[in-house]
Design a protein around this ligand. Structure first.
Ligand code: NAD
Length: 334
């Protein structure tokens, strides 16, 4: 997001904990060159307040989160304090910063109460979430709605939330996520261990929701911004709802060189929602947003990036080229 915003000419301040993995995308692409980077914790209200007061942002794009379902089972309190109270802290700071005109809070498709239904979820469906991560994102949605109704609407600040599906792409090294786990295994020339190969997820390349967030952010800063406040789904196309087994087959085929996977453990050990599709009609009609990549292209772009990492390529250039190719393919942002 920082590289893309920089390419569009934005002045960016970032506020985050130190990069949580080694290696990490932030360092590998030299994002510090584009961002006034503040290392801090969104649970630390004075530090957050000082950073926002210094940056005086026109728009805040809130992505900081404890973002992993499995980690949320191990440490629910960190998940809730970060995802719920961290969001409340940011909104409270933002309402005291007169420069803020718009706020976009990134939650998740998992914010919805999962009724394991065959129909896709729409923005007005009930919030819920079975596991602590999903539930914390449903809670964050409710916190945003309360701040919008209590403060921001009256102040003329447009506040939206964005719900995307399972995001994949180059440079993600997060533990206990399918694609990073696959890339680590293939780089180390060992088979990938899979817990639940039949689970169906909505896979999408990271540039797809980012494009949606940029289109939405522009509207939140434009005329009639209030019409764009509220929840927005940015889900992948229907061909992207694929079982884990198909995605790892595609990853292994793209990687080549005998890359393979095997099923381990009892998939019934942990509850993870089995089916959840997003209906993105609203983003399509009102923002002109539509996903452009099939899941196979998303997989290929991701493998290309990790192959470039293995080859010691200039990853800033590789990432910028992927962003530029996306912008040329789908030029509405520029
Ligand atoms: N990756 C996905 O598939 C996916 C899908 C839907 C929604 N999301 C949401 O999108 C957002 C970005 O996801 P991601 O995959 O880039 O996550 P990520 O885990 O890679 O990045 C999260 C960032 O938040 C920062 N962070 C965590 N706790 C913090 C704290 N207490 N204070 C300050 N910074 C903190 C981390 O340092 C990291 O930079 C998250 O809100 C996530 O829940 C992700």
């Amino acid at each position: 997001m920082s590289l893309w915003l920089a390419a569009l000419g934005a002045r960016i301040t970032g506020f985050s904990l130190a990069p949580p993995t080694e290696p990490n995308l932030f360092s590998l692409v030299g994002a510090a060159a584009d961002v006034d980077s503040v290392i801090g914790d969104i649970r630390d209200l004075p530090a957050l307040e000082a950073a926002v007061a210094r940056a005086r942002p026109e728009i805040i794009i809130h992505m900081a989160a404890q973002s992993v379902v499995r980690a949320s089972y191990t440490d629910p309190l960190t998940t809730y304090s970060t995802n719920v109270m961290g969001t409340a802290n940011l909104l409270d700071v933002a309402r005291r910063c007169p420069d803020v005109q718009a706020i976009l809070v990134v939650t998740s498709d998992k914010c919805y109460e999962n009724r394991e239904q065959i129909w896709a979820y729409r923005e007005h469906d009930r919030m819920g979430g079975h596991d602590p991560y999903s539930n914390s994102k449903g809670c964050a949605e409710l916190v945003v709605a309360a701040f919008r109704d209590s403060y921001f609407r009256k102040a003329g600040v447009a506040v939206a939330t964005a719900r995307a599906g399972n995001v994949i792409g180059g440079g993600d090294w997060t533990a206990d996520r399918l694609v990073p786990d696959a890339m680590r295994a293939f780089l180390a020339r060992r088979p990938l261990d899979i817990r639940n190969p039949i689970a169906v997820r909505p896979w999408q390349h990271v540039l797809e929701p980012l494009q949606g967030y940029l289109l939405l952010g522009a509207r939140l800063l434009g005329d009639d911004a209030g019409a764009y406040a509220g929840g927005w789904n940015f889900g992948p196309g229907h061909d992207s709802n694929q079982p884990v087994s198909d995605v790892v087959d595609a990853l292994a085929a793209c990687w080549g060189g005998g890359a393979t996977w095997r099923q381990v453990g009892d998939p019934a050990d942990l509850h993870e929602a089995t089916l959840l599709h997003l209906d993105s009609t609203k983003a399509n009609i009102k923002l002109g947003w539509t996903p452009v990549h099939t899941y196979k292209t998303a997989v290929a772009l991701t493998v290309d990036w990790f192959k470039a990492y293995e080859a010691g390529a200039d990853l800033r250039a590789v990432t910028q080229a992927q962003i530029e190719a996306y912008m040329n393919h789908h030029p509405r942002t520029v």
